[in-house]
Write a protein that binds this ligand. Structure first.
Ligand code: ZN
Length: 475
Protein backbone atom coordinates (compact mmCIF):
# COMPACT_ATOMS: atom_id res chain seq x y z
CA UNK A 1 0.00 0.00 0.00
CA UNK A 2 2.62 2.43 1.14
CA UNK A 3 4.69 1.71 -1.93
CA UNK A 4 1.71 2.38 -4.16
CA UNK A 5 0.84 5.65 -2.46
CA UNK A 6 4.38 6.97 -2.46
CA UNK A 7 4.31 8.44 -6.01
CA UNK A 8 0.99 10.05 -5.18
CA UNK A 9 2.48 11.70 -2.10
CA UNK A 10 5.54 12.93 -4.02
CA UNK A 11 3.23 14.20 -6.73
CA UNK A 12 1.18 16.09 -4.18
CA UNK A 13 4.27 17.64 -2.59
CA UNK A 14 5.60 18.63 -6.03
CA UNK A 15 2.27 20.20 -6.91
CA UNK A 16 2.25 22.15 -3.67
CA UNK A 17 5.83 23.38 -4.12
CA UNK A 18 5.20 24.30 -7.78
CA UNK A 19 2.15 26.24 -6.69
CA UNK A 20 4.21 28.01 -4.05
CA UNK A 21 6.84 28.99 -6.63
CA UNK A 22 4.18 30.14 -9.08
CA UNK A 23 2.61 32.32 -6.38
CA UNK A 24 5.90 34.21 -5.97
CA UNK A 25 6.17 34.93 -9.71
CA UNK A 26 4.88 38.10 -11.27
CA UNK A 27 1.54 37.55 -12.94
CA UNK A 28 2.47 37.59 -16.61
CA UNK A 29 -0.96 36.41 -17.71
CA UNK A 30 -4.42 36.60 -16.22
CA UNK A 31 -6.28 33.44 -15.40
CA UNK A 32 -8.74 34.27 -18.21
CA UNK A 33 -5.91 34.62 -20.73
CA UNK A 34 -4.46 31.26 -19.75
CA UNK A 35 -7.92 29.71 -20.01
CA UNK A 36 -8.38 31.22 -23.47
CA UNK A 37 -4.98 29.81 -24.46
CA UNK A 38 -6.22 26.32 -23.53
CA UNK A 39 -9.42 26.89 -25.46
CA UNK A 40 -7.45 27.96 -28.53
CA UNK A 41 -5.15 24.97 -28.28
CA UNK A 42 -8.01 22.51 -27.97
CA UNK A 43 -10.05 24.09 -30.76
CA UNK A 44 -7.03 24.17 -33.07
CA UNK A 45 -6.49 20.44 -32.67
CA UNK A 46 -9.87 19.76 -34.29
CA UNK A 47 -10.04 22.75 -36.64
CA UNK A 48 -9.62 22.34 -40.39
CA UNK A 49 -9.42 26.01 -41.44
CA UNK A 50 -5.68 25.79 -42.13
CA UNK A 51 -5.89 22.60 -44.18
CA UNK A 52 -8.79 23.98 -46.19
CA UNK A 53 -6.70 27.09 -46.92
CA UNK A 54 -3.64 25.25 -48.17
CA UNK A 55 -5.90 22.96 -50.19
CA UNK A 56 -7.59 25.96 -51.78
CA UNK A 57 -4.34 27.84 -52.43
CA UNK A 58 -2.60 24.88 -54.05
CA UNK A 59 -5.65 23.83 -56.07
CA UNK A 60 -7.03 27.16 -57.23
CA UNK A 61 -3.78 29.11 -57.58
CA UNK A 62 -0.98 26.54 -57.84
CA UNK A 63 2.65 27.65 -58.36
CA UNK A 64 3.36 31.26 -57.36
CA UNK A 65 6.85 32.26 -58.52
CA UNK A 66 7.59 35.99 -58.32
CA UNK A 67 6.22 37.96 -61.25
CA UNK A 68 4.17 35.06 -62.67
CA UNK A 69 0.40 34.95 -63.22
CA UNK A 70 0.27 32.62 -60.18
CA UNK A 71 1.93 35.31 -58.07
CA UNK A 72 -0.83 37.77 -59.01
CA UNK A 73 -3.55 35.16 -58.46
CA UNK A 74 -2.08 34.40 -55.03
CA UNK A 75 -2.52 38.02 -53.99
CA UNK A 76 -6.15 38.02 -55.15
CA UNK A 77 -6.71 34.73 -53.30
CA UNK A 78 -5.20 36.03 -50.05
CA UNK A 79 -7.27 39.23 -50.11
CA UNK A 80 -10.42 37.23 -50.71
CA UNK A 81 -9.69 34.65 -48.01
CA UNK A 82 -8.66 37.18 -45.37
CA UNK A 83 -11.91 39.08 -45.93
CA UNK A 84 -13.93 35.87 -45.86
CA UNK A 85 -12.34 34.93 -42.52
CA UNK A 86 -13.35 38.30 -41.07
CA UNK A 87 -9.92 39.89 -40.67
CA UNK A 88 -9.82 43.69 -40.35
CA UNK A 89 -7.82 46.24 -42.35
CA UNK A 90 -7.22 43.79 -45.17
CA UNK A 91 -4.97 45.43 -47.72
CA UNK A 92 -1.98 45.05 -50.03
CA UNK A 93 1.42 46.66 -49.79
CA UNK A 94 3.12 46.83 -53.16
CA UNK A 95 6.46 45.18 -53.76
CA UNK A 96 8.48 45.14 -56.96
CA UNK A 97 9.68 41.62 -57.71
CA UNK A 98 12.15 40.14 -60.18
CA UNK A 99 10.64 38.14 -63.00
CA UNK A 100 12.56 35.13 -64.19
CA UNK A 101 11.28 32.39 -66.40
CA UNK A 102 12.57 28.87 -65.88
CA UNK A 103 12.08 27.46 -69.36
CA UNK A 104 13.30 23.93 -70.05
CA UNK A 105 16.47 22.30 -68.80
CA UNK A 106 18.34 19.34 -70.19
CA UNK A 107 21.40 17.60 -68.80
CA UNK A 108 23.27 14.80 -70.55
CA UNK A 109 26.32 12.82 -69.60
CA UNK A 110 27.99 12.12 -72.95
CA UNK A 111 30.89 10.00 -71.73
CA UNK A 112 32.20 7.73 -70.37
CA UNK A 113 28.69 6.26 -69.95
CA UNK A 114 25.96 8.25 -71.74
CA UNK A 115 22.95 9.06 -69.57
CA UNK A 116 20.21 11.64 -69.47
CA UNK A 117 19.45 13.09 -66.02
CA UNK A 118 16.41 15.17 -64.99
CA UNK A 119 17.55 18.68 -64.10
CA UNK A 120 16.22 22.09 -63.07
CA UNK A 121 17.78 25.49 -63.57
CA UNK A 122 18.67 27.28 -60.36
CA UNK A 123 16.46 30.31 -59.82
CA UNK A 124 17.90 33.28 -61.69
CA UNK A 125 20.18 31.24 -63.93
CA UNK A 126 20.93 32.57 -67.40
CA UNK A 127 20.08 30.25 -70.28
CA UNK A 128 22.51 28.52 -72.57
CA UNK A 129 21.07 29.40 -75.96
CA UNK A 130 19.83 26.72 -78.30
CA UNK A 131 23.17 25.06 -78.87
CA UNK A 132 23.67 24.35 -75.19
CA UNK A 133 27.08 24.04 -73.57
CA UNK A 134 29.21 20.93 -73.97
CA UNK A 135 32.45 20.58 -72.01
CA UNK A 136 34.60 18.34 -69.86
CA UNK A 137 33.38 18.02 -66.31
CA UNK A 138 35.33 18.72 -63.13
CA UNK A 139 33.98 17.33 -59.86
CA UNK A 140 34.52 19.22 -56.60
CA UNK A 141 32.83 18.71 -53.27
CA UNK A 142 32.06 22.31 -52.34
CA UNK A 143 33.23 25.92 -52.54
CA UNK A 144 36.31 25.24 -50.40
CA UNK A 145 37.37 22.39 -52.68
CA UNK A 146 36.83 24.61 -55.73
CA UNK A 147 39.01 27.34 -54.25
CA UNK A 148 41.76 24.79 -53.55
CA UNK A 149 42.09 23.66 -57.20
CA UNK A 150 45.21 24.68 -59.14
CA UNK A 151 44.84 27.75 -61.39
CA UNK A 152 43.16 27.00 -64.71
CA UNK A 153 41.68 23.70 -63.50
CA UNK A 154 38.11 24.63 -64.36
CA UNK A 155 38.74 26.96 -67.29
CA UNK A 156 36.01 26.37 -69.92
CA UNK A 157 34.84 23.32 -67.98
CA UNK A 158 31.52 22.43 -66.38
CA UNK A 159 31.95 22.22 -62.62
CA UNK A 160 29.96 19.58 -60.72
CA UNK A 161 29.48 20.24 -57.00
CA UNK A 162 28.96 16.86 -55.34
CA UNK A 163 28.42 17.70 -51.66
CA UNK A 164 25.40 16.03 -50.04
CA UNK A 165 23.17 17.87 -47.61
CA UNK A 166 22.71 16.36 -44.15
CA UNK A 167 19.23 15.51 -42.81
CA UNK A 168 18.46 17.39 -39.57
CA UNK A 169 15.33 18.21 -37.60
CA UNK A 170 16.15 21.90 -37.25
CA UNK A 171 17.21 22.52 -40.85
CA UNK A 172 20.84 23.23 -39.98
CA UNK A 173 21.94 20.80 -42.72
CA UNK A 174 20.41 23.14 -45.31
CA UNK A 175 22.26 26.17 -43.99
CA UNK A 176 25.56 24.33 -44.32
CA UNK A 177 24.93 22.99 -47.83
CA UNK A 178 23.17 25.90 -49.52
CA UNK A 179 26.16 28.24 -50.11
CA UNK A 180 27.08 26.10 -53.14
CA UNK A 181 23.74 26.96 -54.74
CA UNK A 182 23.88 30.66 -53.96
CA UNK A 183 27.56 31.37 -54.53
CA UNK A 184 28.70 28.40 -56.65
CA UNK A 185 27.87 29.91 -60.06
CA UNK A 186 29.88 33.10 -59.58
CA UNK A 187 32.70 31.32 -57.73
CA UNK A 188 33.14 28.91 -60.63
CA UNK A 189 32.70 31.64 -63.24
CA UNK A 190 35.43 33.72 -61.59
CA UNK A 191 37.80 30.78 -62.26
CA UNK A 192 36.73 30.58 -65.91
CA UNK A 193 34.12 27.79 -65.74
CA UNK A 194 31.52 27.64 -68.54
CA UNK A 195 28.63 26.38 -66.38
CA UNK A 196 27.90 24.48 -63.19
CA UNK A 197 25.78 21.54 -62.11
CA UNK A 198 25.06 20.95 -58.44
CA UNK A 199 23.79 18.04 -56.42
CA UNK A 200 20.36 19.21 -55.26
CA UNK A 201 20.31 20.84 -51.81
CA UNK A 202 17.92 18.09 -50.82
CA UNK A 203 17.63 14.99 -48.66
CA UNK A 204 15.36 13.17 -51.11
CA UNK A 205 16.24 9.88 -52.74
CA UNK A 206 13.77 10.63 -55.56
CA UNK A 207 14.79 11.89 -58.99
CA UNK A 208 13.04 15.23 -58.47
CA UNK A 209 15.76 17.90 -58.67
CA UNK A 210 15.61 20.84 -56.27
CA UNK A 211 15.69 24.48 -57.37
CA UNK A 212 16.26 27.68 -55.40
CA UNK A 213 17.85 31.06 -55.89
CA UNK A 214 21.42 31.59 -57.00
CA UNK A 215 23.17 34.88 -56.41
CA UNK A 216 25.40 36.18 -59.18
CA UNK A 217 28.04 38.71 -58.22
CA UNK A 218 29.02 41.47 -60.60
CA UNK A 219 32.64 40.39 -60.47
CA UNK A 220 32.22 37.34 -62.70
CA UNK A 221 30.37 36.48 -65.92
CA UNK A 222 26.91 34.99 -65.42
CA UNK A 223 27.08 31.30 -66.25
CA UNK A 224 24.22 28.77 -66.40
CA UNK A 225 23.58 26.63 -63.33
CA UNK A 226 21.48 23.46 -63.04
CA UNK A 227 20.70 21.01 -60.26
CA UNK A 228 20.32 17.24 -60.54
CA UNK A 229 18.73 14.93 -57.97
CA UNK A 230 20.60 12.92 -55.33
CA UNK A 231 20.39 9.56 -57.14
CA UNK A 232 21.63 11.16 -60.37
CA UNK A 233 24.37 13.00 -58.51
CA UNK A 234 25.43 9.64 -57.05
CA UNK A 235 25.51 8.19 -60.55
CA UNK A 236 27.56 11.12 -61.82
CA UNK A 237 30.02 10.71 -58.91
CA UNK A 238 30.49 7.08 -59.97
CA UNK A 239 31.22 8.20 -63.53
CA UNK A 240 33.92 10.54 -62.26
CA UNK A 241 35.27 7.78 -60.01
CA UNK A 242 35.69 5.51 -63.03
CA UNK A 243 38.81 7.54 -63.71
CA UNK A 244 37.77 8.12 -67.33
CA UNK A 245 37.25 11.67 -68.60
CA UNK A 246 33.67 12.84 -68.04
CA UNK A 247 32.06 14.93 -70.76
CA UNK A 248 28.68 16.54 -70.19
CA UNK A 249 26.22 18.78 -72.02
CA UNK A 250 23.62 21.09 -70.58
CA UNK A 251 20.91 23.20 -72.09
CA UNK A 252 18.55 25.70 -70.51
CA UNK A 253 16.07 28.21 -71.90
CA UNK A 254 15.85 30.25 -68.67
CA UNK A 255 15.58 33.99 -69.10
CA UNK A 256 15.19 37.25 -67.20
CA UNK A 257 12.18 39.48 -67.89
CA UNK A 258 11.49 43.01 -66.66
CA UNK A 259 10.57 43.30 -62.94
CA UNK A 260 6.87 43.12 -62.04
CA UNK A 261 4.59 44.57 -59.42
CA UNK A 262 3.44 42.16 -56.74
CA UNK A 263 2.21 42.74 -53.19
CA UNK A 264 2.37 41.68 -49.58
CA UNK A 265 -1.10 40.94 -48.27
CA UNK A 266 -1.94 42.14 -44.77
CA UNK A 267 -4.87 41.51 -42.45
CA UNK A 268 -5.40 42.12 -38.75
CA UNK A 269 -7.20 41.10 -35.62
CA UNK A 270 -7.28 44.53 -33.95
CA UNK A 271 -6.09 44.82 -30.38
CA UNK A 272 -7.81 46.55 -27.49
CA UNK A 273 -5.90 48.54 -24.84
CA UNK A 274 -2.51 47.86 -26.49
CA UNK A 275 -3.76 48.03 -30.09
CA UNK A 276 -0.82 50.21 -31.05
CA UNK A 277 1.54 47.29 -30.42
CA UNK A 278 1.77 44.72 -33.20
CA UNK A 279 2.36 40.99 -32.92
CA UNK A 280 3.34 40.12 -36.48
CA UNK A 281 2.68 36.69 -38.00
CA UNK A 282 4.75 36.22 -41.15
CA UNK A 283 4.66 33.64 -43.94
CA UNK A 284 5.28 33.98 -47.67
CA UNK A 285 2.74 33.83 -50.42
CA UNK A 286 5.15 33.16 -53.29
CA UNK A 287 6.60 29.75 -54.09
CA UNK A 288 8.95 28.13 -56.55
CA UNK A 289 7.35 26.89 -59.71
CA UNK A 290 8.05 23.16 -60.14
CA UNK A 291 5.53 22.20 -57.42
CA UNK A 292 2.54 24.08 -56.07
CA UNK A 293 4.21 25.40 -52.90
CA UNK A 294 2.16 23.36 -50.43
CA UNK A 295 4.91 22.97 -47.83
CA UNK A 296 6.83 26.06 -48.94
CA UNK A 297 5.04 28.07 -47.93
CA UNK A 298 1.34 27.34 -48.43
CA UNK A 299 1.41 25.57 -45.07
CA UNK A 300 2.93 28.61 -43.36
CA UNK A 301 0.30 30.87 -44.94
CA UNK A 302 -2.40 28.47 -43.76
CA UNK A 303 -0.98 28.18 -40.23
CA UNK A 304 -0.87 31.94 -39.73
CA UNK A 305 -4.32 32.54 -41.21
CA UNK A 306 -5.69 29.62 -39.19
CA UNK A 307 -4.21 31.06 -35.99
CA UNK A 308 -5.67 34.51 -36.62
CA UNK A 309 -9.07 33.02 -37.44
CA UNK A 310 -9.15 31.04 -34.16
CA UNK A 311 -8.23 34.16 -32.18
CA UNK A 312 -10.83 36.16 -34.13
CA UNK A 313 -13.47 33.61 -33.09
CA UNK A 314 -12.69 33.83 -29.35
CA UNK A 315 -15.10 35.70 -27.10
CA UNK A 316 -12.15 37.74 -25.80
CA UNK A 317 -10.29 40.25 -27.96
CA UNK A 318 -6.48 40.34 -28.03
CA UNK A 319 -4.82 43.24 -26.19
CA UNK A 320 -2.21 43.79 -28.87
CA UNK A 321 -2.99 43.88 -32.59
CA UNK A 322 -2.30 40.61 -34.38
CA UNK A 323 -1.13 41.36 -37.91
CA UNK A 324 -0.80 38.59 -40.49
CA UNK A 325 1.60 39.53 -43.28
CA UNK A 326 1.82 37.24 -46.29
CA UNK A 327 5.02 38.39 -47.91
CA UNK A 328 5.66 38.59 -51.63
CA UNK A 329 8.77 37.05 -53.13
CA UNK A 330 10.61 35.48 -50.23
CA UNK A 331 12.20 32.96 -52.56
CA UNK A 332 14.02 35.19 -54.98
CA UNK A 333 15.52 37.99 -52.93
CA UNK A 334 12.96 38.79 -50.17
CA UNK A 335 11.84 41.96 -51.95
CA UNK A 336 8.42 41.67 -50.24
CA UNK A 337 9.81 41.87 -46.73
CA UNK A 338 12.17 44.64 -47.80
CA UNK A 339 9.21 46.64 -49.10
CA UNK A 340 7.39 46.01 -45.82
CA UNK A 341 10.37 47.19 -43.80
CA UNK A 342 10.79 50.32 -45.93
CA UNK A 343 7.09 51.19 -45.58
CA UNK A 344 7.16 50.60 -41.82
CA UNK A 345 10.52 52.14 -41.01
CA UNK A 346 9.06 54.71 -38.65
CA UNK A 347 6.88 52.08 -37.00
CA UNK A 348 9.42 49.30 -36.63
CA UNK A 349 9.38 49.60 -32.83
CA UNK A 350 5.62 49.06 -32.81
CA UNK A 351 6.33 45.50 -33.93
CA UNK A 352 6.79 44.15 -30.43
CA UNK A 353 6.84 40.43 -31.14
CA UNK A 354 7.29 38.30 -34.26
CA UNK A 355 6.32 34.79 -35.38
CA UNK A 356 7.17 33.25 -38.74
CA UNK A 357 6.06 29.96 -40.30
CA UNK A 358 8.24 29.03 -43.27
CA UNK A 359 9.39 25.50 -42.61
CA UNK A 360 6.65 23.18 -43.77
CA UNK A 361 3.48 21.75 -42.31
CA UNK A 362 4.71 20.58 -38.93
CA UNK A 363 4.35 19.20 -36.39
CA UNK A 364 5.90 21.77 -34.06
CA UNK A 365 8.47 19.97 -31.90
CA UNK A 366 10.17 22.74 -29.92
CA UNK A 367 9.70 26.28 -28.66
CA UNK A 368 12.66 28.57 -29.26
CA UNK A 369 12.88 32.29 -28.67
CA UNK A 370 14.95 35.39 -29.14
CA UNK A 371 13.94 37.69 -26.31
CA UNK A 372 15.67 39.86 -23.77
CA UNK A 373 17.10 37.27 -21.33
CA UNK A 374 15.20 38.97 -18.49
CA UNK A 375 11.99 37.85 -20.16
CA UNK A 376 12.86 34.17 -20.43
CA UNK A 377 10.51 33.42 -17.50
CA UNK A 378 7.64 34.73 -19.64
CA UNK A 379 8.66 32.37 -22.44
CA UNK A 380 8.87 29.61 -19.84
CA UNK A 381 5.28 30.28 -18.83
CA UNK A 382 4.15 30.21 -22.47
CA UNK A 383 6.06 26.95 -22.82
CA UNK A 384 4.10 25.53 -19.88
CA UNK A 385 0.83 26.47 -21.58
CA UNK A 386 2.02 24.33 -24.51
CA UNK A 387 2.72 21.32 -22.27
CA UNK A 388 -0.09 19.10 -23.66
CA UNK A 389 1.64 19.35 -27.06
CA UNK A 390 4.80 17.83 -25.54
CA UNK A 391 7.32 20.22 -27.11
CA UNK A 392 11.00 20.49 -26.30
CA UNK A 393 12.31 23.77 -24.90
CA UNK A 394 14.74 25.34 -27.38
CA UNK A 395 17.39 28.00 -26.93
CA UNK A 396 17.11 31.80 -27.06
CA UNK A 397 18.79 32.13 -30.45
CA UNK A 398 15.78 31.68 -32.71
CA UNK A 399 15.88 33.33 -36.11
CA UNK A 400 12.22 33.30 -37.02
CA UNK A 401 12.70 33.19 -40.77
CA UNK A 402 13.98 35.19 -43.72
CA UNK A 403 11.02 37.56 -43.89
CA UNK A 404 11.28 38.73 -40.27
CA UNK A 405 15.06 38.96 -40.29
CA UNK A 406 14.98 42.71 -40.91
CA UNK A 407 12.63 43.44 -38.02
CA UNK A 408 14.66 41.03 -35.87
CA UNK A 409 17.81 43.01 -36.62
CA UNK A 410 15.99 46.10 -35.38
CA UNK A 411 15.46 44.40 -32.02
CA UNK A 412 12.04 42.80 -32.39
CA UNK A 413 11.74 39.75 -30.09
CA UNK A 414 10.90 36.45 -31.76
CA UNK A 415 8.95 33.49 -30.48
CA UNK A 416 9.50 30.41 -32.59
CA UNK A 417 7.34 27.31 -32.38
CA UNK A 418 9.82 25.24 -34.43
CA UNK A 419 8.35 23.12 -37.21
CA UNK A 420 9.89 19.68 -37.61
CA UNK A 421 12.14 19.80 -40.66
CA UNK A 422 13.30 16.18 -40.67
CA UNK A 423 11.55 15.39 -43.98
CA UNK A 424 11.05 18.94 -45.23
CA UNK A 425 14.01 18.88 -47.59
CA UNK A 426 12.75 15.73 -49.29
CA UNK A 427 10.15 17.95 -50.93
CA UNK A 428 11.17 21.62 -50.60
CA UNK A 429 11.62 23.44 -53.96
CA UNK A 430 10.81 20.31 -55.98
CA UNK A 431 7.97 19.23 -58.25
CA UNK A 432 6.89 17.03 -55.35
CA UNK A 433 5.86 19.97 -53.15
CA UNK A 434 2.15 19.24 -53.39
CA UNK A 435 -0.83 18.95 -51.03
CA UNK A 436 -0.14 15.21 -50.65
CA UNK A 437 2.83 16.21 -48.46
CA UNK A 438 0.65 18.03 -45.92
CA UNK A 439 -0.44 15.86 -42.99
CA UNK A 440 -3.71 17.40 -41.76
CA UNK A 441 -3.12 16.36 -38.13
CA UNK A 442 0.44 17.71 -38.04
CA UNK A 443 -0.89 20.95 -39.51
CA UNK A 444 -3.59 21.19 -36.80
CA UNK A 445 -1.00 20.56 -34.10
CA UNK A 446 1.15 23.34 -35.59
CA UNK A 447 -1.78 25.75 -35.57
CA UNK A 448 -2.41 24.77 -31.93
CA UNK A 449 1.19 25.54 -30.93
CA UNK A 450 1.32 28.84 -32.81
CA UNK A 451 -2.15 29.94 -31.64
CA UNK A 452 -1.30 29.35 -27.98
CA UNK A 453 1.99 31.22 -28.18
CA UNK A 454 0.63 34.05 -30.34
CA UNK A 455 -2.32 34.62 -28.03
CA UNK A 456 -0.20 34.70 -24.89
CA UNK A 457 2.35 36.91 -26.65
CA UNK A 458 -0.47 39.35 -27.41
CA UNK A 459 -1.80 39.23 -23.82
CA UNK A 460 1.47 39.47 -21.84
CA UNK A 461 0.92 41.92 -18.99
CA UNK A 462 4.41 43.44 -19.16
CA UNK A 463 6.00 45.02 -22.21
CA UNK A 464 8.15 43.06 -24.63
CA UNK A 465 11.69 44.45 -24.35
CA UNK A 466 13.75 45.04 -27.47
CA UNK A 467 16.52 42.52 -28.08
CA UNK A 468 19.84 44.31 -27.92
CA UNK A 469 22.37 41.50 -28.37
CA UNK A 470 24.75 41.72 -31.31
CA UNK A 471 25.03 37.96 -31.46
CA UNK A 472 23.45 36.82 -34.71
CA UNK A 473 20.64 34.27 -34.41
CA UNK A 474 21.23 30.61 -35.14
CA UNK A 475 20.81 29.79 -38.86
ZN1 ZN B 1 9.89 29.30 -47.89
Amino acid sequence: MLKQNYPLLVGLLLTLSTAAIAAEKPQNFTRADLAAASTLRERALVDSTAFALVESLTTEVGPRPAGSPGDKAGVVWALREMRRLGFANVRTLEAVVPHWERGEADFQVLSPFPQSMPSLALGGSVGTGNAGIEADGVMVKDLEALAALPPGAVKDKIVFFSNRMERTRDGSGYGKAVPVRAAGPSAAAALGAAAIVIRSISTSDSRFPHTGALRYTNAAPRIPALAISNPDADALVRQFESGKPVRVKLKSSSRDLPPMRSANVIGEIPGTDLANEIVILGAHLDSWDPGVGALDDGAGVAIMMGVAKLIHDLDARPRRTIRVVLFANEEFGTSGSQAYLAANEAEAARHVLGFEADFGAGPVWRLSSRVDPKQLPVVEQIFRALAPLKLARGDNEARGGADLEGLGKLGMPILSPDLDGTNYFDVHHTANDTLAQVDPQALRQSVAAFATAVWLGAQYSGSWERVTTDKPPRR
